[in-house]
Design a protein around this ligand. Structure first.
Ligand code: MEV
Length: 424
C-alpha cells in the first residue's frame, strides 16, 4: 500500500498527534508502530525540543567499558552501541594494556576551522594577500560574535587563505581558525563565518558562497599509545598476526576501511553516549585516513624490544562538553558525569583510547580464533529472540544453535517450534 506523505502542519503537532497522523497514513495497525513511542513523557518532551517532527525515541544499549586507565587515571567509560562484542572487546584490551600502565594520550588545543568560499575574484592571488593584510580586522569582527568564548580564553586566533582551483574556476578560501574551548564548536565557528562573509567578499572583491566549518578538524588531533603484553595477547604468533593485519590495512584501502571501522566501533560508541556528533567525528576520521592522498589505516602497530605489541592512534577529535545533546540529553549528561572529565580535551583523549583498544581487540580476535566466536553468543541470543523465543526458551534455543553450529533465523524458528512441540 502506498502512503500519502503530505501532512500539512505536521511540524506543529504534538508528538502523540504526529504519531496518530502517521499511523493513519501508514495503514498499519497502531500496535505495529507502538514501540516508537516512549512511555517516558519527560524524555519525549526533551526529544521534541532536540529535533523536528518527533514521534518517539529510539533506545540504544548503553554499556560501560571497564579496566581503562588513561594517563594514570582510571575511568568507567559509557558506550552506546547496538553491536555485540564491542564493549567486551574494549574492556578486554584495556585489561591487557593495564599490565603495562594503560593508555597514554595527548591532544591538541580545541582548534576548529571555518571555511569561507569566495567566488568570482578577478585577481585571486592578490585577493589572498589583501585578506592577510586585514587579518586583525577579520579576527576582531569574528571575536565580536562570541565575547563569552573570548572571555574563556578561546575565540578566533588566526586566518589562513588558500587558493582552490577547480576546472576553469579559482576559489579564494579563507580559513578562520578558532579556539572553541570546551565546545564541539560548530555553532560558534559557523556564526563567525557568516558574520565575516560580507567583509571577506568586500576585501576579496568577489562573492561569498559557503560559510561553514570543516569537519577535517586536523588542528584538533588526539593521540594515544599503549603497550599490550605479548603473553596476555596470546603469544608471539598473535602479536605477529596483529602486525600483519595492520600492514595489510596500511597497504590496502579495502582492508583499511574495515580496520578503521573497528576503530570507529569504539569511538562512535563513546561519542554517542556523551551526546556528541558522531557524523562529525566520523567525517574527521576518514578525511584523516586519506590525508596522505590514499586511504589508509588510522592506527599503527609495532613491537617493542621485549616482543610486546605497541599500538598508536591519532585522529581529529571534535567533541565538546558544552552545548548540543551533551547538555540536553539526560543520559549524555549522566555519561559525562560518570567519566568525570574536566574538559573537552580529556574527553577526546578517552575516546581515542577506546578507539585503539577496540581496534586491537578486533585484530587480536582476527589473528587468533577469528571474530565469529566472540560474536556468536550474543548474536545467537538476538536470533533466538527474533525467532520469537521468550523467557527460558531463549537459552535453550541458543544452546541448540551453538551446538549445531548454525546461528540462523530459520534454524532458530525450527528449534523453537520443536521445543514448543515437545513441551520442553
Ligand atoms: C566489526 O564490526 C569490526 C571488524 O570488522 C573490524 C576489523 O575487521 O578490524 C571486526
Amino acid at each position: 500500500m502506498s502512503v500519502n506523505s503530505r501532512i500539512p502542519g505536521f511540524y506543529k503537532l504534538s508528538p502523540p498527534e504526529r504519531f496518530k497522523a502517521i499511523v493513519e497514513r501508514s495503514g498499519l495497525p497502531e500496535g505495529e508502530l507502538a514501540s516508537m513511542v516512549t512511555a517516558d513523557g519527560k524524555m519525549l518532551a526533551i526529544a521534541d525540543r532536540m529535533i523536528e517532527n518527533v514521534v518517539g525515541t529510539l533506545s540504544i544499549p548503553l554499556g560501560v567499558a571497564a579496566n581503562f586507565t588513561i594517563n594514570g587515571r582510571d575511568y568507567l567509560i559509557p558506550m552506546a552501541t547496538e553491536e555485540p562484542s564491542v564493549v567486551a572487546a574494549a574492556s578486554n584490551m584495556a585489561s591487557v594494556a593495564r599490565l603495562h600502565g594503560g593508555f597514554w594520550a595527548s591532544s591538541d588545543q580545541p582548534i576548529m576551522i571555518s571555511q569561507i568560499q569566495v567566488v568570482g575574484a578577478k585577481d585571486p592571488q592578490a585577493a589572498r594577500l589583501r585578506l592577510y593584510e586585514r587579518r586583525q580586522d577579520l579576527l576582531d569582527l569574528a571575536n565580536e560574535q562570541d565575547p563569552l568564548l573570548v572571555k574563556l580564553g578561546g575565540g578566533a586566533k588566526d586566518i589562513e587563505v588558500r587558493i582552490v582551483n577547480v576546472a576553469d574556476k579559482t576559489y579564494v578560501v579563507l580559513h578562520l581558525i578558532v579556539d572553541v574551548r570546551d565546545a564541539m564548536g560548530a555553532n560558534a565557528v559557523n556564526t563567525m563565518a557568516e558574520a565575516l562573509a560580507p567583509l571577506v567578499a568586500q576585501i576579496a572583491c568577489g562573492r561569498v558562497r559557503l560559510r561553514i566549518l570543516s569537519n577535517k578538524a586536523d588542528l584538533r588531533l588526539a593521540r594515544v599509545r599503549a603497550t599490550y603484553d605479548c603473553q596476555a595477547l596470546g603469544g608471539p604468533d598473535v602479536v605477529d598476526g596483529i602486525i600483519d593485519a595492520y600492514a595489510f590495512a596500511a597497504a590496502d584501502p579495502y582492508r583499511a576501511a574495515t580496520h578503521n571501522k573497528g576503530i570507529m566501533n569504539g569511538i562512535t560508541a563513546v561519542v554517542l553516549a556523551t551526546g556528541n556528533d558522531t557524523r562529525a567525528v566520523e567525517a574527521g576520521a576518514h578525511s584523516h585516513a586519506a590525508a596522505g592522498g590514499r586511504y589508509t589505516s588510522l592506527s599503527h602497530y609495532e613491537k617493542d624490544d621485549a616482543g610486546n605489541l605497541v599500538g598508536t592512534l591519532e585522529l581529529p577529535m571534535a567533541v565538546g562538553l558544552v552545548g548540543g545533546a551533551t547538555k540536553t540529553h539526560p543520559v549524555a549528561q549522566a555519561a559525562v558525569k560518570l567519566l568525570g572529565v574536566k574538559g573537552a580535551q580529556e574527553l577526546a583523549e578517552i575516546i581515542v583510547a577506546v578507539g585503539l583498544a577496540q581496534n586491537t581487540g578486533a585484530l587480536r580476535a582476527l589473528a587468533a580464533e577469528g571474530i565469529q566466536k566472540g560474536h556468536m553468543s550474543l548474536h545467537a541470543r538476538n536470533i533466538a529472540v527474533a525467532a520469537g523465543a521468550d523467557g527460558d526458551e531463549i537459552e535453550k534455543v541458543v544452546a541448540r544453535l551453538k551446538d549445531e553450529g548454525h546461528v540462523r533465523l530459520d534454524k532458530a524458528q525450527t528449534v523453537l517450534a520443536e521445543l514448543r512441540q515437545s513441551g520442553r
